[in-house]
Design a protein around this ligand. Structure first.
Ligand code: ADP
Ligand code: MG
Length: 347
């Protein structure tokens, strides 16, 4: 049976782990243990704050491991800081747990801490309650005054870029639990996926990589930026709305992992890449004469970036198909309050 511990003991365990990994951050004047934390924003910087909740059965399948839940709860939040071009500094953790299971908490903290240590983000507080499994993380980052990347700066004529590859996480979701024929949906009929394909796709779903270094490298280069959590079309549409512009995307240009190619036919792949959420890549815009600067910035942080389209005056999103035809983009992407949504929702 799981080892059950009192709430204050759970908090003590969290506090011990937080102290062990945070390392010295001299901007944490007071961390876990008082009624509130005291933090010092460095001179000449703006504070950037974001929060996201993950609910079991909505944002992650119930069979997700506690390590992956811990990783992902922080990763989706760090991704929002990446999209703002902010450096992570501090976070809080609101945990609602169905039972006080010390082993579960330990594994959860392993995942959370591993990612936190990589980005030197300190856990400075939170709350612990009982109820259906739900995790809310709030992250705080800093950015030199006025330098944050926003959604509202895209200009007509700018090029649209995306980091990494698209569609892998959504593909991983279709492989995350065994389907009746053991193959998932939309799988290529001609070639069975090779070794490691499903592992790669699933790890893209469960352990997203927040593109913090890329967001920082894009200061003074990108005109607008967003992280791809709801799907490329849905998120690029947000840039369009906030910037009062539209975009034309070249579907042939979408960056595609070889694992995705191995696993799915082209039509399914396209749907996953345009509409699938949870990639946590950055989608950003930059003037065409800054293309070399974009490539150099990406290279400096060893990030892959791909040019996928252009900002236009005409509102809405359009796709250039392989044969050159231009069509209106379909309405894809996750909406939390639409009827009929199922499975894994992005944060
Ligand atoms: P209060 O009743 O004053 O809100 P709590 O007992 O909720 O205090 O929390 C005590 C301390 O532990 C506070 O510093 C709080 O921020 C911290 N804390 C509680 N739960 C968590 C958690 N899940 N993660 C990190 N810190 C936590
Ligand atoms: Mg409290």
């Amino acid at each position: 049976m799981a080892e059950s511990v009192a709430e204050f003991d759970l908090i003590a365990r969290i506090r011990t782990r937080a102290a062990a990994w945070a390392g010295p951050r001299d901007d944490v004047l007071l961390g876990i243990g008082d009624d509130a934390a005291i933090l010092r924003v460095p001179d000449g910087h703006d504070l950037v704050v974001s929060t996201d909740t993950l609910n079991v059965g909505v944002h992650f399948p119930s069979h997700t491991t506690p390590f992956d839940i811990g990783w992902k709860a922080l990763a989706v939040n760090l991704s929002d800081l990446a999209a703002m071009g902010a450096t992570p500094a501090w976070c809080t953790l609101n945990l609602t747990l169905p039972e006080s299971d010390a082993a579960w908490l330990g594994a959860f903290l392993d995942g959370f801490v591993e990612l936190a240590a990589r980005h030197r983000i300190a856990l400075v507080g939170g709350d612990t309650t009982r109820g259906p499994l739900s995790i809310t993380v709030t992250v705080h980052g800093v950015v030199p005054r006025g330098a944050a990347l926003r959604r509202d700066g895209a200009q007509i004529g700018d090029e649209v870029w995306v980091s990494g590859t698209l569609g892998d996480a959504a593909a991983g979701l279709t492989r995350s639990s065994p389907s009746p024929d053991g193959r998932g949906v939309g799988v290529r009929g001609d070639s069975p996926s090779g070794p490691g394909v499903d592992d790669h796709l699933r790890s893209r779903l469960h352990r997203p990589t927040p593109r913090i270094a890329l967001g920082l490298a894009l200061h003074a280069i990108a005109s607008a930026c967003i992280d791809v959590s709801d799907g490329l079309l849905a998120d690029l549409a947000h840039i369009g709305e906030e910037s009062s512009v539209g975009a034309l995307l070249d579907v042939e240009a979408l960056p595609t992992s070889r694992e995705l190619v191995a696993a799915f036919d082209e039509i399914t792949r396209r749907r996953l890449q345009l509409g699938g959420g949870d990639d946590y890549e950055l989608c950003f815009t930059a003037p065409p004469d800054r293309a070399e600067a974009v490539l150099a910035a990406a290279k400096s942080v060893r990030a892959q970036v791909t040019r996928i389209g252009r900002i236009e005056a005409q509102l809405g999103l359009r796709l250039r198909e392989a044969d050159g035809r231009i069509v209106d983009a379909p309405v894809l992407g996750y909406r939390h309050f639409d009827a009929g949504d199922a499975g894994d929702a992005p944060a």
